[in-house]
Design a protein around this ligand. Structure first.
Ligand code: FAD
Length: 342
């Protein structure tokens, strides 16, 4: 196999976990890398920053790191120390009481097992996806098991549950801090860039790359509403889901995450209002899994287009919801395969 001309650079579109993982692995293997991102910050949707209240906020929704994948843990641990954090979620009932999510034995006792779907999931699903439960791919509901014990953890089976000690933005900054990597922010991808590069690893939406030739791949999005409250603390956990018909699906109380800033007089809450990505400045968050699989079929048509310059990566390049550890794991595999073959 002819070896790739390493003097010609690699372009990586997107400085999220997918792009940063590939950039790091290729840089360590002798390639020169340019990373571009259209936003004014690195870290993609995992971006966190300090709010004026002194409290740390994840701009695009709370990111909880959990995995059992040793390769991912070892890779990331080169760039961060960790703070233990096990995620717990409550659902707020009509009477104001909180019950554990995913439903455990106590939740079933309070609500009645037969009412769990209607109370905890039906209104939430309608708000989150704009669809009735019956219209969704069943795998989405299956991701939320009903337990027969008193365990309160949201991710009971993952062996590694920690937050990066200095936050996600610092973690990704450390990943791309390498002499062979240069980064340009506020730089949207443009096809004219391709000729300068040997290969492009591209985390932009695949349908956008192809100018929506076969149609658009739909996404759900979220509008985030921050509220600084003059109370030391409001909720016992960092995430509370709503079961009512209001516009919000859930609220996040940032101070309940470890190392998320100090403010003894106030607490910052973020309410989440789901919407279509078109109603939110084309901010694509969750690929929509319809029960007929039409969106997936549309995505697959795009993957069949001949393209020997671009390798699509990440959540929007592959049109799949991935947790951070999955985005990293699949990007590690893509980068290692590329190194092996070139
Ligand atoms: C609301 C929400 C909550 C989540 N919570 C969790 C959680 O708790 N735990 C967990 O493990 N995972 C969570 N995730 C998933 C996590 O965000 C993804 O796994 C991760 O962001 C995937 O990284 P990525 O690099 O594929 O995509 P992204 O992080 O989206 O990065 C892609 C980057 O590409 C850039 N880009 C796109 N198009 C262009 C273009 N044309 N030109 C230049 N740059 C471009 C974007 O600006 C972006 O910075 C959550 C996701 C969402 C949406």
């Amino acid at each position: 196999m002819p070896s790739l001309n390493k003097s010609k650079k690699i372009l990586i579109v997107g400085a999220g976990f997918a792009g940063a993982t590939i950039a790091r692995i290729l840089a360590e293997n002798g390639y020169k890398i340019d990373v571009i991102d259209k936003r004014d910050h690195i870290a993609g949707n995992a971006y966190d920053y300090e709010h004026e209240s002194g409290i740390t906020v994840h701009k695009y929704g709370p990111h909880i790191f959990h995995t059992s994948n040793e390769k991912v843990i070892n890779f990331l641990s080169k760039f961060t120390e960790w703070t233990p954090y096990e995620h717990k979620v409550k659902a707020k009932l009509a009477d104001g009481n909180l019950v554990t999510l995913p439903p455990n034995k106590e939740t079933s006792k309070i609500l009645g097992k037969e009412n769990i779907i209607d109370i905890l999931f039906r209104p939430y699903t309608k708000k989150m996806w704009g669809l009735d439960i019956e219209e969704l791919d069943p795998s989405i509901i299956k991701r939320i098991p009903i337990r027969d014990d008193l365990n309160e953890l949201y991710f009971p089976s993952d062996s590694f549950q920690n937050m990066p000690k200095m936050g996600y933005t610092t973690l990704i900054k450390n990943m791309i801090d390498h002499d062979a990597i240069s980064i340009s922010l506020e730089t949207p991808f443009n096809k004219l860039m391709e000729s300068k590069y040997e290969k492009v690893f591209n985390s932009m939406p695949i349908d956008e790359y192809y100018d929506y030739e076969f149609g658009e791949l739909p996404y759900r999005s979220i509008r985030f509403h921050n509220e600084l409250v003059k109370e030391q603390s409001v909720y016992p956990v960092s995430q509370v889901n709503f079961t009512d018909d209001s516009i919000y699906t859930r609220v996040v109380e940032w101070k309940n995450f470890p190392n998320h800033g100090k403010n003894d007089d106030e607490t910052l809450l973020t309410f989440e209002e789901p919407c279509s990505y078109k109603e939110n400045n084309m901010e694509r968050y969750y690929p929509v899994k319809d029960i007929q699989g039409n969106n997936r079929k549309l995505y697959e048509r795009y993957t069949k287009i001949d393209n020997n310059k671009n390798i699509f990566i990440g959540r929007c390049g592959l049109y799949v919801y991935v947790d951070m550890h999955q985005a990293i794991s699949s990007s590690m595999a893509t980068a290692n395969k590329f190194v092996k073959e070139n």
